[in-house]
Design a protein around this ligand. Structure first.
Ligand code: CP
Length: 312
């Protein structure tokens, strides 16, 4: 089976594809710690970052990833573009495609927008988060971080807590972890739990306490106020009391369990500051991994022919 041309979600990707991206990311991780953080791997290649939604981590790390690979990187600001004059997504991407990019990295508020674009362009498309559907590079960087900090990816017990229904991070994490035999538990307020838990292959747990019992990894998620629509929580204080992770509750997990959060965090809501900044936290490791993993993804999408990714 040939490798998928795009990275939209994990459809068509197997365990070996994921491991190959993580292994390339290991080589690139070291590049970012050198005094000169640049390799010529993607010299002459062009990457366009097209973000219709706000982002700090994903947008910056894709930009750094492209630049550290020596690609020409264009960050298109949607707010200052002809999108504001009413140009459609289809016309926007066909216009960008006419400038011959090798990769379009895109984030969009509508689930499926990157699939729509992938059908209309010849270049590779990388999904940097679409609506409530998928965020595959987040799942890859989480896997990279887990493999480094826990020492393995196989057969883990992972709890994902919070607004699961609106979380593309939870969906992509569940999809990837399933390839490695994980038991994935989810918990959160009933209105924010997924209707398709069985299809996702996750176990719905009634309380944070039951979800945390004996886990190797806990991923805390932000309440996504921007996607809640009519769904309302009684109060953030109540939410924090019921589903907020603190040091005492973390004691229910396996000794040495890893605490993850994709960011941005609401400190004091889903995670206490002492846990967010404590020794179990992998939050900043995740951010650092984001650059290496996105270098590996861009290399896979645009870097055919280069043998050693970190030296090419
Ligand atoms: N994790 C994540 O997607 O963060 P940003 O929204 O800041 O990119």
């Amino acid at each position: 089976m040939t490798s998928p041309r795009h990275l939209l979600d994990f459809e068509g990707y197997g365990r070996d594809d994921v491991l190959s991206i993580l292994d390339a990311a290991e080589a690139f991780f070291e590049v970012s710690r050198r005094p000169v953080r640049k390799v010529p791997t993607l010299r002459g290649k062009t990457i366009i970052n097209l973000f219709y939604e706000n982002s700090t981590r994903t947008r910056t790390s894709f930009e750094l990833a492209g630049k550290r690979l020596s690609a020409d990187v264009v960050n298109m600001s949607v707010a200052a573009s002809s999108v504001k004059k009413g140009e459609t997504l289809s016309d926007t991407v066909r216009t960008l495609e006419a400038m011959q990019p090798d990769v379009i990295v895109m984030r969009h508020g509508a689930s499926g927008a990157p699939h729509f674009v992938a059908k209309r362009v010849r270049c590779a498309v990388v999904n940097a988060g679409d609506g409530t559907h998928a965020h595959p590079t987040q799942a890859l960087l989480d896997a990279f971080t887990i493999r480094r900090r826990v020492g393995r990816l196989d057969n883990l017990i992972v709890a994902i807590c919070g607004d699961i229904a609106h979380s593309r991070v939870a969906r992509s994490a569940a999809e990837l972890l399933a390839l490695f035999g994980a038991e994935v538990r989810v918990t959160g307020p009933r209105t924010l739990l997924p209707r398709d838990a069985a299809a996702l292959g996750v176990r719905v747990m009634p309380t944070l306490e039951s979800a945390l019992e004996g886990v190797d990894v806990v991923m805390m998620l932000r309440i996504q106020q921007e996607r809640l629509g009519g769904t309302r929580l009684p109060s953030l204080r109540e939410y924090s009391r019921t589903f907020g992770l603190n040091r005492e509750l973390l004691g229910l997990a396996k000794p040495g369990a890893l605490v993850m959060h994709p960011g941005p965090m609401n400190r004091g809501v889903e995670i206490s500051p002492e846990v967010a900044d404590g020794p179990s936290s992998a939050v900043l490791d995740q951010v650092e991994a984001g650059v290496a993993v996105r270098m590996a993804v861009l290399y896979r999408m645009a870097g055919e022919g280069a043998s050693n990714p970190a030296e090419a």
